[in-house]
Ligand binder design. Sequence first.
Ligand SMILES: NC(=O)c1ccc[n+]([C@@H]2O[C@H](COP(=O)([O-])OP(=O)(O)OC[C@H]3O[C@@H](n4cnc5c(N)ncnc54)[C@H](O)[C@@H]3O)[C@@H](O)[C@H]2O)c1
Length: 431
Amino acid sequence: MASHSGPVTVAVVGAGQRSKAYTQYAVDHPERMKVVAVADPNPVHRRIISEKHDIAADMQFESYEDLARRAPVAEAVINATRDQLHHKSALPLLAAGYHMLLEKPIAHTEAEVRGIIGAAKQHGRKVVVGHVLRFAPFYAKIKQLILDGRIGGIVSMNTLEAVSYHHMATGYVRDRWNRRDKNSPMLLAKCCHDLDVVGWLMSGVPARRVSSFGSLKQFRAENAPAGSGTRCVVDCRIERECAYSARRLYVEKSRWRGYVFQPLQGRGEVTDAMRLEHLRESPYGRCVWRCDNDVVDHQSVLVEFANGATATHDMFCATARPTRQIHVIGTRGEIQGDMEDGVIRLRHPDLRPTTDDCTEEVISVNEAVGGDGAGHGGGDVRLIADFVKVIRGEPPSISTTRIEDSLTGHLIAFAADTAMLEGRVVEIARE
Ligand SMILES: NC(=O)c1ccc[n+]([C@@H]2O[C@H](COP(=O)([O-])OP(=O)(O)OC[C@H]3O[C@@H](n4cnc5c(N)ncnc54)[C@H](O)[C@@H]3O)[C@@H](O)[C@H]2O)c1
């Protein structure tokens, strides 16, 4: 079994928002993981992570290419570059000998995903994908109930992600993932987690046919209300009554500051005056009705699996309340839950001679499995802890997401994108 001594050594590749979340584990558990190197062209991002982890000057690299060119300096990399760089950076880093925690989405096409899987096999490296939802106690509990046979075999399921109005505006309208050519289609960027959960719960049954509808309906110039301008703090006459006011969301309510004010990092103390000034020029200060966004703002997906089971996924955007919900129907019972509520309901037909038709066990996830509500329902910290176990050769959890296991969800996302764009049912080829 485990023969690893000392902490697992990692190099951070892409020292942005996600790396911050994962590398906190090294601070909290120095005996389990140590950050020894960083590669990032942004000098401020490189410096912040270097100072936090006391990284030697000769272990600070300007790009993944520089890191991959030399003999390995760590056992593993945390590859948290932006979506477009995943495939490009993963191949040389795997060839250089690193195990990898690879952020989602794995890559943009089936060929690229299979290319990374092939490279991992060829070089004998372990790749774990940043599918954090599997690790959230809410979903881990549902998986365990299914593994324990509590609802029998899966017949059908529905998953739903409701992306809040402020999350939508920030990440998918104003910037970050707002364009297909800059990052990913919205379903792949936002819901590859949910589709991964669907594939994971189906325990290896391949998806066969996919259809999907969706569009960019709401965040378009023709829907701009009278009095709106081009920028909230520059020329908008209805800024104080608009739900998407950049001033209210990012300055007054402190939402999404890691994204919006990332360029102000490294400039010492940031004041609200600096933030407001930044919003005059930043993409995040733009009117949500007049951006360069082209990703959808709602999409529904219907999947048929090889064994006849079906699944639907709905991506609802600009909702007042964010949440994820799931309803799984089995041959003997059903599971229904809402992640934000932290409540799972396990139901069976009531066989007793009473007037009730069903029994219901209410499982509070926070009490039952120690959910803590931290990043992605507690998934972030559990994923990095599990990655370290995988590298150390310790028994992983039921959530461990080897790259091969993550394929089904990605294949569904690619097929759904084609199905939506081409208005047809897409067959997923057999192996
Ligand atoms: N698992 C999740 O739930 C989750 C959540 C959000 C984002 N993500 C994914 O994480 C990834 C990173 O997102 P982020 O928000 O941290 O982005 P970010 O922009 O904050 O960080 C990316 C970093 O990569 C660096 N970089 C650019 N070129 C590079 C190169 N050649 N070599 C090394 N580094 C380079 C950038 O300078 C930047 O610091 C994305 O793929 C995103 O989709 C995952």
